[in-house]
Design a protein around this ligand. Sequence first.
Ligand code: NAI
Ligand code: MG
Length: 793
Amino acid sequence: MVHVKDVLKSMDYGPAPEGNEHVVAWLEAHKAGFGHFIGGKFTDPAAGKSFKVTNPADGKPLARVALGTTEDVDNAVAAASRAFKSWSKLSGHERAKYLYAIARNIQKRDRFLAVLETMDNGKPIRETRDIDIPLVARHFYHHAGWAELLESEFPGYRPVGVCGQVIPWNFPLLMLAWKIAPALAAGNTVVLKPAEQTPLTALAFAEICREVGLPAGVVNIVTGEGDTGAALVAHEGIAKIAFTGSTDVGKIIRTATAGSGKKLSLELGGKSPFIVFDDADLDSAVEGLVDAIWFNQGEVCCAGSRLLVQEGIAEKLYAKVRARMETLRVGSPLDKSTDIGAVVSAEQLERITSLVETGKKEGAEVFQPSISIPGTGTFFAPTLMTGVEPASTVAVVEIFGPVLVAMTFRTPDEAVALANNTRFGLAASIWSENINRSLDVASRIKAGVIWINATNLFDAAAGFGGYRESGYGREGGREGLFEYLIAGEAKPKGKDSAKATLVAAPSATAQVVATDEVDRTAKLYIGGKQARPDGGYSYAVANAAGKQIGLAGLGNRKDIRNAVEAATKAESWGAATAHNRAQILYYLAENLSARAGEFEERLRAMTGASKRAATDEVAAAIRRTFFYAGFADKHDGAVHSTKSRHVTLAMNEPYGIMGVLCPEDAPLLGFVSLVMPALATGNRVIAVPSSRYPLAATDFYQIVDTSDVPAGVLSIVTGNASELAKTLADHDEVSALWNFNGGVDAALVDKASAGNLKPVWNGARDWHGVEAQGREFLRRSTQVKNIWVPYGE
Ligand code: NAI
Ligand code: MG
């Protein structure tokens, strides 16, 4: 007799294909090819060229789409510029209605979009149906809300203009939503270029825009390859670029936009750690791993691709993982019971395959389950590599496929060190039943998103984005909206530039004297001490009338390196309580006030300012210091409302070590206006005063000396500001750079920091005006880390 339990044992899943007739019919209707979506209409490509889009699961062609040229990009930007005039003036409420209509329409067509996405990308229908498309709708709903609230929640902010958006192929429609929803909510118009592998859902989205009656030109879609993206990035009419994709291209874009004043946000690669402590619930951790690395074929920028496991449980966990891998189903993406679909392209498959080969050669032990893999299409088996050295290729580079590499650690400290041993910093997943330990580790990992006992959770209300070479800027939530807004009134073109005051900086040869000869040289201030410049030279400082009034140290690379070293040792500043930092800032203000007269004299002698003007500047500097002392414990994070039974903690973390290039105008007030907010939020600062008027800043170290500022928290290096700026930009340990020195070329600083993707703020302010202080300075000196903590048994 046949027993039911025996049947259950051997029972296999039958095929459960999702119907795709409606998508096939839609593709058939567009057999002639898709044009670009420009100015509310589908238009033929200017050069008449197109390219083929295929289904990676079977290699069959799906459609032909237009190959965008510079001319197409020009047309699209022109349409977006025209549309901007009226779209940006609509009330938030009017824009909200459009976003809401788009969200509704996406929900109405959810099955169509899920099937189309699956056919275009190769990802399983279960994921497009349950994750991608619902999140797309959620993003438009969420941002319909922001459009409505914009005027009340972001007073004094305005849209940036025309945004150029370039997206990848791994979450085609979701990445479109992450880019277009906030841009439109904030009153911008967009030109978006989807990835060449997966342009189809963007074209279906264009139809939705038309259907809801979105004004022509608000959304433009130009299809094409990397060159098309590059043309968009280079276009003069673009005010902001948002990019998601590889770190390599991120760096190219950073260089291409250097000095252009274009706003830029980059969401790049990752090699995110998945950390399992010995007290973790191992079965949950294994399920977590499935979602971390086998979700979306592992083609996920925040994939938990590095398994770090505590030594004592490593073998046990590996055994469980291997057993679970045997039950994963690789197959037709349209089959509802498929876990792992096709890799996006033959090129990507080749990349994954060759990296796994490299891993083998480097000595990793490679495990793949004995499950069946389709014979045609670009499929890759789920893979686990153990015995991996932390410095080996597969432990370092992003594989972007269903490949997990595993390493062990002994202590929490070692786990943190291993986790941070990467140039990336996108996400991390921490598994432990000990919440104290989990939160401690979360606070020490340098990454923008941390999931505790969870992984790959996303929601429109929480910002997403990286630290370090994973890029900068956030998508989602309030923090993401800032990427599409600028503070202040629109200024006439040309006046907004950071190059407003260009003054010759001292060169290493001009007016240079050996410091030993004159002992009244203002020294550098490094590590809590006055320091002679490493090179031993000073330069003459002249007043406004050209008469020499003193000497300042001519700092060089070595001095900057010393300042960074001192700052590195002062790491505890960021961990001090905000109350503590406030106390020290108050103390600075008090001591500045006690010596107000000296500073007034110095300003007058240096700049030729009137007594009245000098008195005003010192008074304003004292007030500004009080302002940031007051704010030190009020730059709060948030608890986002995301999923049920989760808290999502958005914490404002200091960058760490910041370089600050101070302005020439208002030599004291400008210095204080930049240094104080950065210190208040817990950064250590290396300040470079303007070459021309450095002496008010060098006088300031006497104030620092008497105000309990820990050594290394604030260093002051004078000299050729442009040269010092370049050294600061080049330095990997300097995590952010503010350039308010009109004499330091923004392009130079931008280019020099493209290599390490350091966020740079090139700015200019009227230091006596209201825009010279406030939350923007606090926000720009911090980056948001979102920590997701689920609760409940
Ligand atoms: P990619 O960075 O070249 O492509 C992403 C987008 O950028 C596409 O739309 C592409 O057409 C465009 N693009 C390419 N070159 C450009 C340029 N010079 N200027 C402007 N736009 C340009 O990524 P690709 O080649 O598809 O994948 C290579 C690797 O990048 C993957 O193996 C993976 O490691 C990583 N990647 C990371 C993603 C992420 O979400 N962080 C997404 C896609 C890829
Ligand atoms: Mg590429």
